[in-house]
Design a protein. Structure first.
Length: 393
């Protein structure tokens, strides 16, 4: 089980990251002439002025994802978030709480449970996508990599003493927010020893919590050192936004060309119309970005595209997005979706070729055709033959 705590922060480059901008030196000469020991003496004083300006510190925007690889530590991830936030704030970092990023995802997936959102963010591409959505240039991933306890019992002079060494290892890495490449990484290790005898018991209920606090201090110190050493290089330029047009087609399902003549005579042609699926949700790298059919703006390059709609099986592809690209997704109905489709098109199956309808029957059938369209489908009649009879669609 993974629980993700997500938040963004802005921090300031320190130490070696600060350079000095130096202007060209300016010199001036002052001359003074006087007589000394019967000789004329000229004294020149040369003054050189060098102007140095310290530039404004560079700012970085970082999205942080904190996870646990230790199942027993899941309940302590909230505390770890607080500890890291506090230590980073002490370094003049401006921290946005993890709840903010989680809300950014939940707003794109209405009705989803928190655990479902966590699973969604478990994908590396989703983390990068969320960082881009929040305007973050970097990702800082912190993970509780391991936790163990080692006990050693001594029996000296009739007194039994137990030494319990508890250790926690926390790993972090800084990633390029545009492509997810690793820029810097480190592992911190914290330990604490507790001694107990038969007559002296130590309250160790907060051992793990205390170790996480110490680990947060070391993570913040290591992060500060990485910045000072200039390890946080400029992010890759990444690709700009491109426009992609998506269409959604109903797979292996067609609608017959039904015409109503001047005397309300039914004419069923051998021609078949394709059906488009409307209002499908489009996800890129796990984040909802719009609906299909329609155009979306996304960052160019390789991404995971997923199209979903109730009553259909999810459609997923890895796509290399480029500007002006057109993609057609052929969606397959689920069993429940196909049952609803059969119910919505029953009126078509009941029509007989050549049958004459009353005016009331015509209005009823036209109303049912309209309801089919309003239920999220569109019949594609652009290739229909141009005849005088009125098409039902």
């Amino acid at each position: 089980m993974l629980k993700f705590l997500n938040f963004a922060l802005t921090f300031t480059a320190l130490g070696a990251a600060a350079a000095f901008a130096q202007n060209e030196p300016k010199s001036s000469v002052q001359k003074k002439t006087y007589t000394q020991n019967g000789q004329n003496v000229t004294e020149r004083t040369v003054t050189t002025v060098v102007t140095e300006a310290e530039p404004q510190p560079q700012n970085y925007t970082v999205a942080i994802f904190t996870t646990s690889r230790v199942k027993e530590a899941d309940a302590d991830l909230g505390a770890l978030e607080d500890y890291i936030t506090g230590r980073v704030t002490d370094l003049n970092f401006n921290v946005i709480s993890g709840e903010t990023a989680l809300n950014a995802v939940s707003s794109l997936a209405p009705g989803a449970k928190a655990t479902e959102l966590d699973k969604q963010l478990a994908q590396g591409t989703s983390a990068v996508r969320l960082a881009q959505t929040l305007g973050a240039n970097y990702l800082l991933q912190v993970s509780i990599a391991g936790a163990d306890s080692q006990k050693n019992t001594l029996d000296a002079y009739g007194v039994k003493q137990t030494n319990d060494l508890s250790t926690v290892r926390v790993t972090y890495k800084i990633l390029d927010g545009n492509n997810g490449a690793s820029l810097a990484a480190d592992t911190v290790r914290v330990s604490r020893t507790y001694q107990e005898t038969s007559g002296n018991k130590t309250d160790r209920s907060n051992i793990f919590n205390d170790l996480l606090d110490e680990a947060a201090v070391k993570v913040a110190a290591s992060l500060k050192n990485q910045i000072a050493r200039g390890r946080i290089t400029a992010t890759s330029p990444g690709q700009g936004l491109v426009t992609v047009t998506l269409t959604t087609e109903l797979g292996d399902v067609y609608i017959p060309d039904v015409r109503i003549g001047a005397e309300n005579t039914i004419s069923i042609s051998d021609s078949k119309f394709k059906v488009s699926v409307l209002n499908a949700t489009v996800e890129v790298d796990g984040i909802a970005v719009g609906t299909a059919p329609g155009a979306i703006e996304v960052k160019g390059g390789l991404h995971k595209l997923r199209i979903t709609r109730e009553g259909f099986k999810p459609w997923e592809r890895t796509v290399n997005f480029s500007n002006g690209q057109k993609l057609n997704a052929v969606l397959e109905m689920s069993e429940a979706g196909y049952a609803r489709w059969q119910n919505a098109t029953t009126f078509i199956n009941e029509l007989k070729n050549g049958a004459k309808l009353t005016d009331a029957d015509v209005k009823r059938i036209e109303g049912e055709a309209k309801m089919l369209e309003q239920s999220g489908y569109r019949v594609d009649t652009k290739d229909a033959p141009q005849i005088t009879n009125k098409s039902l669609f």
